[in-house]
Write a protein that binds this ligand. Structure first.
Ligand code: HXC
Length: 260
């Protein structure tokens, strides 16, 4: 990053890059600057050989309560359409190739829920609340909510949330398949870090290919996705780490991956 970010905090823990949204007074409401800073930090970690996995998190009270309503209130159609205000950088989050875990406590609403869904999986604290309440503001989700939520939890529940604007608690979100695990609030970062460190210990090429292959399941046909998987499965036999991983298993020792 070229300058110190104002609305996110950046730290590392071993090979894990941790990004904390930091606009506490506004419940981490997402403005363009925050998303720009987040994208820049994610891209920097993605390019950093010392990093194998990332975590995006917020505060206890809010992962993020959505796009910044104050900033959006006076925008006209021309403003948002021509300049892509609010939405312009979000797609870049999808281009991050290493795994990104969302560690969510408190409110994950509107753009906050969409940001969590742009991550690869969501670990939720037991106080987490998810929702797409944009309908209450006479708008709709704008960063993939109407597309990713039905893929994650099915049409009926997604319609319910998008049309009524109601919130779903962590337990309901886990039952519905939006989140992978629910843990007590005070264990959230330990759990997310544990998952991230586990991932970091695997061979990075296989981790990146695995992420790419699972994402194919949401963006193409079953036949194309399965073919992509098969070809990438074959390709991983070209890595030094595949030799090391299988040899180590046969020799009953721990593998030492070199991430190549
Ligand atoms: C700007 C926000 C905000 C938001 C909260 N705040 N959410 N500011 N944008 N999205 C501010 C409040 O104005 C308030 O500021 C402070 O944060 C604390 O919020 P309270 O409402 O006092 O807290 P509480 O009573 O606990 O209620 C929490 C809440 C509520 C249920 C999360 O704040 C709420 O409904 N927020 C809006 C949620 C929402 O509609 N999100 C969708 C936005 S549209 P002050 O200065 O008064 O203390 C969207 C589109 C996505 O996300 C498009 C993506 C590209």
């Amino acid at each position: 990053m070229t300058s110190t970010p104002e609305f996110i905090q950046i730290r590392t823990e071993g090979r894990v890059g941790i990004l904390t949204l930091n606009r506490p007074k506004q419940l981490n409401a997402l403005n363009d600057q925050l998303i720009d800073e987040l994208v820049a930090a994610l891209k920097a970690f993605d390019a950093d050989d010392e990093i194998g996995c990332m975590i995006v998190t917020g505060s206890e009270k809010a992962f993020a309560a959505g796009a910044d309503i104050g900033a959006m209130a006076s925008y006209t159609f021309s403003d948002v359409y021509k300049s892509e205000y609010i939405t312009h950088n979000w797609d870049l989050i999808r281009s991050i190739r290493k795994p990104v875990i969302a560690a969510v406590s408190g409110f994950a609403l509107g753009g906050g829920c969409e940001l969590a869904m742009l991550c690869d999986f969501i670990i939720a604290a037991d106080n987490a609340k998810f929702g797409q309440p944009e309908i209450k503001l006479a708008i709709i989700p704008g960063a993939g909510g109407t597309q990713r939520l039905p893929r994650a939890i099915g049409k009926s529940k997604a319609m319910d949330l998008v049309l009524t604007g109601r919130m779903m608690d962590a337990q309901e979100a886990e039952r519905a398949g939006l989140v992978s695990r629910v843990v007590p609030l005070d264990k959230l970062m330990d759990e997310a870090l544990g998952a991230a460190l586990t991932i970091c210990n695997y061979s990075l090429p296989s981790v990146m290919v695995a992420k790419e292959a699972v994402n194919r399941a949401f963006e193409g046909s079953l036949t194309d996705g399965a073919m992509f998987e098969r070809r990438m499965f074959h390709a991983l036999f070209a890595t030094a780490d595949q030799k090391e991983g299988m040899t180590a298993f046969v020799e009953k020792r721990k593998p030492e991956f070199k991430h190549r």
